[in-house]
Design a protein around this ligand. Structure first.
Ligand SMILES: Nc1ncnc2c1ncn2[C@@H]1O[C@H](COP(=O)(O)OP(=O)(O)OP(=O)(O)O)[C@@H](O)[C@H]1O
Length: 345
């Protein structure tokens, strides 16, 4: 079901933690709430779940206002940070925990949910007999079993080691999609948010400051804070020309130490800052563009990150193809492929 959070406010004592937070998640979508530690992500999730009351605002699941209802009346499924399975209950009994005893089709629903998360046939195992990633998937099956209107996932991959995280998050995403669930994932890991979610909601100081598809937020962040929080960026002092009057593409130019660059529209004009994405840097021969020296090459197989100290003292990190010919100490010339993001002020 669609989730609509409107202008939610919440204070703990004198501290206002949510300052008019609004969030919309379309039916069947997975939204990631992304923000720094302490910005209010978990509080927002707890308010949607009903574990915490709100001071003002509204929470609707489908067409129903749930702000005054206790958690068990909201039809919300929760996947906590650590799977938190009942250790003395089998996997099947964990999954069936939220289903009424003796309900018709209960056993079939348990098996169906285990199948959704790719664990068909694991019902008789005990939690300690399965891996951490599998435990997290059982927690998801448990959340899905009562057919909730919304599933909430609070940093669900934190307890897993890095290599496992990537595969578990793919499996969790696939299971949510198979179930057709509307879901909200809270995370401070931007790669997780950008790679998993249909939409990203960037949260800062108790408010959602921008919502959109990962690609849209990355390409057109509303301010420098979002630009540097969602994706990597090198920020340089710059001066922006007029917007060129065109909608869509044409946005005039920006001048900075790396030259005069075409800019995306928006962001104002006059003095300000430019945010350059790692994939916008092109490393060429010395003399092509700004001179610099390679400091470090990080090889990832499919691509590489090359850190270059420019003669000006600015340090940039460029994303290049994996077959990078550079070594630390090499002299290179750095140019930028536009259009670039500019923010006045
Ligand atoms: N029950 C509470 N009583 C008092 N203060 C609280 C309570 N719950 C949360 N806070 C405060 O509200 C702020 C936001 O906390 P919250 O856990 O929502 O942030 P978060 O964005 O989820 O952070 P993290 O990513 O570190 O989990 C913090 O400053 C926290 O100390």
């Amino acid at each position: 079901m669609k989730l609509t959070v409107t202008d939610v406010r919440k204070s703990f004592g004198a501290t206002e933690v949510l300052r008019g937070a609004s969030l919309t998640v379309g039916e069947g979508d997975l939204a990631a709430v992304l923000g720094p530690s302490g910005c209010g992500k978990t509080t927002l999730l707890r308010i949607v779940a009903g574990f915490e009351g709100l001071d003002a605002g509204s929470v609707r699941i489908g067409d129903r206002e749930v702000a005054g209802l206790p958690p068990e009346k909201r039809r919300v499924g929760i996947v906590p940070q650590e799977a938190a399975l009942f250790p003395h209950l089998s996997v099947a009994r964990n999954v069936g925990f939220g289903l009424p005893r003796g309900a018709a089709g209960r056993a079939a629903r348990i098996e169906e949910c285990l199948e959704l998360v790719g664990l068909a046939g694991y019902g008789e195992r005990m939690p300690h007999q399965i891996s951490g990633g599998q435990q997290q998937r059982v927690a998801l099956a448990r959340a899905l079993a009562p057919r909730p209107g919304v599933v909430l996932l609070d940093e669900p991959f934190n307890a897993l080691d890095r290599s496992l995280r990537v595969s578990v998050r793919d499996e969790v995403r696939a299971a949510l999609k198979r179930a057709g669930a509307t879901a909200v994932l809270v995370t401070h890991d931007q790669e997780e948010a950008l790679s998993m979610a249909d939409t990203v909601a960037v949260m800062r100081e108790g408010r959602i400051v921008q919502e959109g598809t990962p690609a849209a937020v990355y390409a057109a962040p509303r301010d420098l804070g979002v630009a540097t929080f969602v994706g990597e960026a090198v920020v340089l002092a710059a001066s922006g020309g007029g917007n060129g009057g065109g909608g869509g593409g044409g946005g005039g130019t920006v001048s900075c130490e790396l030259g005069s660059l075409p800019r995306r529209s928006g962001g104002g004009s006059g003095p300000g800052r430019v945010a350059l994405r790692p994939e916008q840097f092109v490393l060429g021969a010395p003399g092509e563009g700004a001179g610099g020296v390679v400091e470090r090459v990080e090889f990832f197989g499919h691509d590489a990150a090359v850190t270059v100290a420019l003669e000006s003292g600015t340090v940039i990190r460029a994303r290049t193809r994996g077959d990078v010919p550079h070594r630390p100490g090499d002299r290179v010339g750095v140019t930028v492929e536009g259009p670039v993001l500019f923010f006045a002020g």
